[in-house]
Write a protein of this length. Structure first.
Lengths: 132, 132
DNA sequence: GAAACTACTTTCCTTTGGGATACCACTTTC
DNA sequence: GAAAGTGGTATCCCAAAGGAAAGTAGTTTC
């Protein structure tokens, strides 16, 4: 055997893994995208509803990130011809394939919060308080 | 019924969901953390190994994000007293609880790449080419 | 005819994330 | 004693991400 089989295979697997992760991060990049999807997970939302739920987002950023999600076919935008115009956003079937990731993140966040709220020692407690 | 029961409950669930997501994003924020964890997922790595695998990261950013991961008890740093000093990084048991999320992201990235490589129409193709 | 409502866009400005480069401490090798 | 290798830190600098605030368009309400 002229090349080490184990090492080089392992490295290729790792590289492919990292590339796949990077592809996902490309689609989800931006400060608000994951939160927006997390909010739309519970059904259609109008622009103002989203802005109220995704705490801290401004209208500029909200519309920008919604547009990017739309371009990636993750979110569908529907305009209704009502008195003042109504716009509804919802996850496409493709967008719903992200729900697994988002839900896993929510689960992890929940148990992480519990862990931080029941610190093993006083140093952790200091840390927890400073973060809120 | 003085208040709409469905609406208010749904909203609280959504708010809690978004808070949990936000907690997770806090821990994982920074351009390289998820890739670093994705790399350590395949076992212990030395500083230079990580820098070679996480494509594009500089030593400043790598050491900064490793330090932050260490502070959150997701990564363990071990110094060996060898000729030139050797440092190994590895996921802690707690860090390994993130593997589920990371692996889901890798899975999604893989199928997303396939989808983009086999576009439904020519417009998608243009999009795919422009992104690479 | 002024105000209010929705769904944005535009402009301007600040922050900060992060890249490039150089440097440090320590030891072995030449 | 100079170079090379490891695992970083310090410094400077800049593009881009993002926030605040005001403006737009079309319609309805008062």
């Amino acid at each position: 055997m002229s090349k080490k089989p184990g090492t080089s295979e392992k490295s290729e697997v790792c590289t492919e893994h990292l590339r796949a992760i990077h592809d996902t991060l490309d689609v989800l990049n931006g400060k608000w995208k994951i939160s927006i999807i997390g909010s739309l997970r519970f059904g259609k939302k109008r622009f103002m509803e989203l802005q109220r739920e995704v705490e801290g987002v401004g209208s500029k950023m909200l519309s920008k990130e919604l547009r990017e999600l739309e371009m990636n076919e993750l979110v569908k935008r529907t305009v209704y011809d009502t008195k003042p115009v109504t716009v509804e956003y919802e996850l496409t079937p493709y967008g719903k394939t992200l729900e697994t990731i988002i839900d896993e993140m929510a689960n992890w966040g929940r148990s992480h919060r519990k862990r931080i709220m029941h610190p093993v020692n006083q140093l952790d407690l200091q840390d927890a308080i400073s973060h809120l």
